[in-house]
Write a protein that binds this ligand. Structure first.
Ligand SMILES: C[S@@+](CC[C@H](N)C(=O)[O-])C[C@H]1O[C@@H](n2cnc3c(N)ncnc32)[C@H](O)[C@@H]1O
Length: 394
């Protein structure tokens, strides 16, 4: 979809076609396109409308019912911040009483929608003309007040009059537009983010979860966010947007629950033998370096100094750790595992691993299991030794 095609979609013909297109899949797509063409609509417009309708259908998992009114590009949808996460970002600005915010690299408008939702005046900037057109259409479609979308490079843009800024650099700066994990290859690169923080003072930045801790300046709050166990971002909060803690792990669930754990990210949990329960920390806790803080909640120790599995005798419910009851602890060995699992009639095996190079699929193939029972094996290191734990999720 190019800008001209998208603009055609916004004409009355385009809007009517998009409204009237029935849901379709691969099997029915040709028939739906043919029916639209019989109405005298140009092929190009039919193709753009069908793509938009498919994107709307895909966007429902991220944007819920609002997706049916919104506009997307494939990359814009993939990169947009989900509403529950953007709402938390926006709340930080509102709580700090920052009412005029520049949304830099605004994409199709995930962040700006949430900022407008808390009554913030937003100057939204993106350098891609199609993305800006889509963002403007979303502002109109969602009836957002106080948002101005400007097509420009954020590097060097005058932010005079803004009280704060949020920046969400694109992570597709790798060769051929591939995803990159190197902050200096983000667009704009990480040093632009740090310079902005110096200039603007109050800055929020959404970065990849793998951001190395040593790149985080002192005094900045780094918050790793997971949604239903999947880590989605590392947000940095500068100046008045920082709450005073160095590291935070925020766990959101699709059901709307929120839990957060804070600390300085430097404590290390003690190491000890495997106890009755094995606890697996949420990814946000691990990325934030807060495993020691989570382990303290269950009175636990680590199975190995370099492995983020916690073990304890007691069962304590905490959102930060998933608990498993341990039935067997064995040195790693294929034959041994096969014998134990066959004796128990196990046909289906879940493999969890941390600190082991074994590929779960190839392990399952080599075990050639057959039986009615299910089991979970954890492949890890205990005090440096490759070890297998048979566990059951509590
Ligand atoms: C990760 S997306 C932003 C997603 C957005 N926050 C949202 O929630 O929908 C990154 C965006 O940055 C834009 N971009 C990359 N480099 C830029 C630059 N130097 N100036 C302005 N925009 C830029 C891209 O066009 C892309 O739309």
């Amino acid at each position: 979809m190019d800008l001209a095609g998208f603009e055609e979609l916004l004409t009355s013909d385009g809007a009517r076609l998009l409204d009237e297109l029935p849901p379709y899949d691969e099997a029915t797509a040709l028939g739906v396109a043919e029916a639209a063409r019989r109405r005298g609509l140009p092929d190009g417009l039919v193709a753009v409308a069908m793509t938009q309708q498919r994107l709307r259908a895909r966007a429902v998992t991220k944007f819920g019912a609002a997706a049916g009114r919104m506009f997307f590009t494939p990359e814009g949808l993939e990169q947009a911040t989900r509403p529950e996460v953007a709402a938390r970002h926006a709340r930080r600005f509102a709580d700090a009483d920052l009412g005029r915010v520049a949304d830099l690299c605004c994409g199709i408008g995930g962040e700006l929608s949430a900022l407008a939702g808390v009554g913030t005046e937003v100057l939204a900037i993106d350098r891609d003309p199609l993305t800006c057109a889509v963002a403007k259409s979303n502002v109109a479609a969602l009836g957002l007040a106080g948002v101005r979308v400007v097509c420009a490079d954020v590097v060097g843009t005058d932010l005079a009059g803004q009280q704060a800024a949020f920046i969400d650099p694109a992570r597709r700066g790798g060769p051929g537009g591939r995803r990159t994990f190197d902050p200096s290859s983000f667009s704009p690169p990480y040093d632009v983010v740090l310079n902005l923080a110096r200039d603007v003072g109050a800055l929020g930045a959404k970065l990849a979860p793998g951001l190395p801790h040593h790149l985080i300046p002192p005094g900045v709050e780094a918050e790793w966010v997971s949604v239903d166990g999947a880590v989605v971002e590392c947000a940095l909060w500068f100046g008045p947007l920082a709450s005073g803690v160095a590291r935070r792990a925020t766990l959101l669930s699709g059901q709307g629950s929120v839990a957060d754990l804070t600390g300085d990210g430097v404590d290390r949990a003690p190491v000890g033998p495997v106890h009755r329960y094995l606890y697996e920390p949420d990814g946000a806790v691990i990325r934030a370096g807060l495993v020691a803080e989570a382990a303290a909640q269950v009175g636990g120790t680590l199975v190995d100094s370099s492995i983020a599995y916690v073990t304890a005798d007691g069962l304590v419910a905490t959102p930060f750790l998933t608990a498993y009851e341990v039935s067997d602890v064995m040195p790693f060995g294929l034959k041994r595992l096969r014998t134990v699992l066959r004796d128990r009639g196990v046909g289906r095996l879940t493999v969890k691993k941390r600190g082991s190079a074994i590929e779960p699929e190839s392990l399952r193939r080599q075990l050639r299991l057959d039986g009615p029972e299910e089991a979970t094996v954890v492949l890890t290191r205990v005090a440096g030794e490759p070890t297998m734990l048979l566990v059951r999720r509590v």
